[in-house]
Design a protein around this ligand. Structure first.
Ligand code: ATP
Length: 306
């Protein structure tokens, strides 16, 4: 098995000691309602998603007043398209998704969905419109059915199974001791990172959101699992406006646009081919990552031969 962990660690933009991804933002939000950073304006209407366009206009933001994390970030994701955000660790990639989800409000500039400033509409309606596949899914101490149906309370067994099939987790569930009634989570059956991520994909497919945030897992998965998950994610993204927080460059190759974030600024933008041709930061990152992966493959092959 090729461990992507080490080479990416060397590159310094994948591994983090403290997982500070989106986790399960919706679940977390419910659990920490009292810690709301933002409040609805009195009488704020619900977001009306028409096309599904995401727009950041000169967005500036810092968690603390003395440290700016985003220093004027602008981009548009047209309806149904995919934007991937790459860049060194700490560049502010996940912060962008937190602002879209309205965990926080921009200090200046504007985050808009279909022309509506997310500050002018209810938070619940924004969160309802966005599906999140977090890098580290929180499973409830309940059945696998409950964990998937959480994406749309009241979903029928058939709907749950359809979502599970699309997320390529249905066959796995059927092999569990009690099928969909198997208890999972901390006090139940422990699932692997890849299995948990597929449950998260099923949950999101059931929710059927117009907008999608994919916060890619940083932890190493074996190549096969990785490919299965990539396929499930590609299916999930089809027809939805998608923001990918990418830690592995191999997953962004097909994105409509790639944003290279560095130190809170957009350092480069374009398609994979355009950025490779530009021979700048992205191209250098791509070369380094390809070399690191090749070196890891060679080391694994040598080890297997020994
Ligand atoms: P990675 O590739 O490691 O996921 P990232 O580009 O997604 O990194 P962010 O998670 O957006 O980076 O964080 C950007 C910066 O903001 C980091 O320096 C981080 O330490 C800081 N930061 C993130 N969350 C908070 C918070 N809640 N309070 C204070 N600082 C924070």
């Amino acid at each position: 098995m090729i461990q992507l962990f080490q080479p990416l660690n060397i590159l310094g933009f994948a591994y983090r000691e403290i997982k500070q991804g989106l986790t399960d933002m919706e679940a977390m939000f419910r659990l920490m309602r009292e810690e709301r950073e933002v409040a609805d304006k009195p009488g704020a209407p619900a977001l009306a998603v028409t096309q599904g366009e995401i727009r950041f206009e000169d967005v500036r933001f810092g968690y603390r007043p003395d440290r700016q994390i985003l220093k004027g970030v602008s981009f548009t994701v047209p309806p149904g398209r995919t934007l991937a955000i790459v860049g060194p660790t700490g560049a502010g990639k996940s912060t962008i998704s937190r602002l879209l989800f309205r965990f926080y409000d921009a200090t200046s500039g504007r985050v808009a969905i279909d022309g509506q400033d997310v500050r002018d509409v209810t938070q619940d309606s924004v969160r309802h419109a966005i599906g999140v596949v977090p890098q580290d899914t929180v499973l409830f101490n309940d059945t696998i059915r409950y964990n998937i149906a959480y994406g749309r309370p009241g979903a029928t067994q058939e709907e749950v199974e359809n979502a599970a099939r699309l997320a390529q987790v249905h066959d796995f569930v059927l092999r569990l001791p009690d099928g969909y009634d198997t208890k999972v989570g901390e006090r139940g059956l422990k699932l692997s990172g890849g299995e948990k991520q597929r449950v998260a994909i099923a949950r999101t497919l059931l929710k059927d959101p117009r907008l999608l945030i994919l916060d890619e897992a940083t932890s190493a998965l074996d190549t096969r699992t990785e490919q299965d998950i990539q396929a499930a994610l590609r299916d999930a993204a089809r027809g939805r406006t998608t923001l990918v927080i990418a830690h592995r460059l191999s997953t962004v190759v097909d994105a409509d646009e790639i944003l290279v974030l560095q130190d809170g600024h957009v350092a480069e933008r374009g398609s994979h081919a355009q950025l490779i041709a530009a021979d700048g930061l992205y191209a250098a990152m791509w070369r380094r990552q390809s070399e690191a992966v090749a070196a890891a493959e060679a080391a694994a092959a040598a080890q297997a031969a020994a």
